[in-house]
Design a protein around this ligand. Sequence first.
Ligand SMILES: CC(C)(COP(=O)(O)OP(=O)(O)OC[C@H]1O[C@@H](n2cnc3c(N)ncnc32)[C@H](O)[C@@H]1OP(=O)(O)O)[C@@H](O)C(=O)NCCC(=O)NCCS
Length: 214
Amino acid sequence: MTCQDTFDIRWARPVDAAEIARLFLMSSDGLAAYIWSRHAREGEPVEAVGAARYARTGTAFSYENCLLATRGDEVLGMIHAFEMPEPDSEAASPDRVLAPYAELEDPGSLYISGLAVHAPFREHGIGGTLLDYVEALALTRALPRLSLICFEQNVPARDFYLRRGFAVADRRPIVPHPCLHYTKGDALLMVRPLMDAADTPEIRLPETAVQHAG
Ligand SMILES: CC(C)(COP(=O)(O)OP(=O)(O)OC[C@H]1O[C@@H](n2cnc3c(N)ncnc32)[C@H](O)[C@@H]1OP(=O)(O)O)[C@@H](O)C(=O)NCCC(=O)NCCS
């Protein structure tokens, strides 16, 4: 039996929102903690803000856009992705800390907003498999590219993406903040054009989250 036989991929459900928030705290290198802390009421943990955020529906930052790697009832990892919209000229300017990430958007791509695998389960092919599923999702939706933002100093993740066909398309210096794990270096926009469906390993996407809910 290969290791890939020991986990499943399924769409997230509302009950997974807290686990998604925990994995986002891991994947975002402090950025989610920064954003959620600005929305937290006094004494409210950032994890609770994140969980409430991912329990919503009909918005990009919803459990509906999240695929989970699971073994039985245990969540091993997640990937969260949505189609990056065109910039909204009416939207308020982001604050100084968030400005670099707003400038690194790739409209029209399937944007991977979070990818994380719990430490004990890394290097067993789960992260790569989650990426394969998101590639299949992009092809299903006829989107031409995958995109993501990675900190230059997160060398293991950056190299993981480079080895999987992503290239650095743009970069911005980070604006340091105590929440962020890195105090220097750039945030990288990494982009991967998609192959034809005919060249892609066949992946059967799980049923949608909406069909699972109920
Ligand atoms: C980046 C991350 C998601 C990768 O997840 P992962 O499950 O370890 O990914 P994989 O197992 O598919 O691949 C990792 C390496 O393990 C290797 N590997 C896969 N299966 C293996 C196995 N059975 N035995 C040994 N090695 C294996 C892969 O070949 C890969 O090496 P390579 O990049 O040189 O090819 C994970 O390290 C992580 O969660 N990091 C913290 C959060 C983070 O930084 N997220 C990205 C933010 S931009």
